[in-house]
Structure formats: C-alpha cells, structure tokens
Design a protein around this ligand. Structure first.
Ligand SMILES: [Zn+2]
Length: 149
C-alpha cells in the first residue's frame, strides 16, 4: 500500500458499456464512432443557457459522472498495492487510461518517506528520487493522434 488517499489508483470497476438505448436517460447518449472507441457524450447545452456538467461532460469525465449519479465510484479509490521495490528492469506497473499519470510514492516499505509526487509515463520506468522505487504506467487507454491540430 504505497499510495495515499491523495493519489488513488484508477482501475475501472467496469468498462463503459455501449448498448442499445433501454431508456432515454444515459444509454441514449452512447453512440459509437468507431468499432474500438465508444463515444460517451451528453446532449450538450441548450441554446441560450449555460450547460451543466451532465449536459456537456464527455468521455471518462462523463463515465465517472454517470456512476456518481448512481451513487457508485467508476474507478477504484484503493491505494495501489506495492509488495516489492520496483526496479528499472521490473518496475511497479500503474494502471492508466492515459499515457502519463502522477504517482505518489511513500517509499518501500510503505510510509518510509513522505509522499513524493512525480509523473510516470508508459515508455520507460521513472524512479522515485527518494527511495528509488521504479514505476511505469500500464497504459490501457486509446492512443490519440494529436497531429490533426
Ligand atoms: Zn519513494
């Protein structure tokens, strides 16, 4: 248990479901753009009004918001279990839906140093500057091509 409450592991309890609209509520806002990536999109704001988060949130933000409305957490809030010191050759893998995450290390064994926050990417391990524990993201999201701007 290396991570504190400030930095929680983000592990989805359930993937966004894309299904036929059963009711007019949330399911109707789940059209498919491609075979791989479900689009979770709200109805948008009404003309002349400031949209609410529920109306304008998209993607993971909407996914999380819809779960909160049902009184559930979309993502695990439990700290990441770290049973060993991560090494560059065998880093602690951190589930991530983005290519980069901020990790909060408290040392190994747990709480052997104050929480140190640092960014961790998917391409190579990053070591904690205090204890040397190595982390790398276990990227499970969808690569986005930003070259279209
Ligand atoms: Zn550390």
């Amino acid at each position: 248990m290396l991570f504190r409450s400030a930095l929680r592991s983000v592990v989805p309890r359930a993937l966004p479901r894309v299904q036929a609209p059963a009711a007019r509520t949330f399911a109707s806002a789940l059209p498919r753009l491609s075979a791989q990536e479900p689009v979770i999109q709200g109805p948008g704001g009404k003309a002349g009004e400031v949209p609410t988060d529920l109306e304008q949130a998209t993607g993971l933000e909407r996914f999380e918001l819809l779960h909160k409305l049902k009184g559930e957490e979309a993502f695990s809030l439990e700290p990441l279990e770290v049973p060993r010191l991560g090494t560059v050759a065998d880093p602690i893998m951190v589930f991530s839906l983005d290519t980069e995450r901020i990790v909060g290390c408290t040392g190994f064994p747990v709480d052997s140093h104050d929480t140190i926050l640092f960014p961790v990417g998917k391409d190579k391990p990053v070591r904690c500057p205090e204890c040397g524990c190595a982390y790398q993201t276990d990227f499970q999201g969808v690569e986005h091509d930003h070259g279209h701007h």
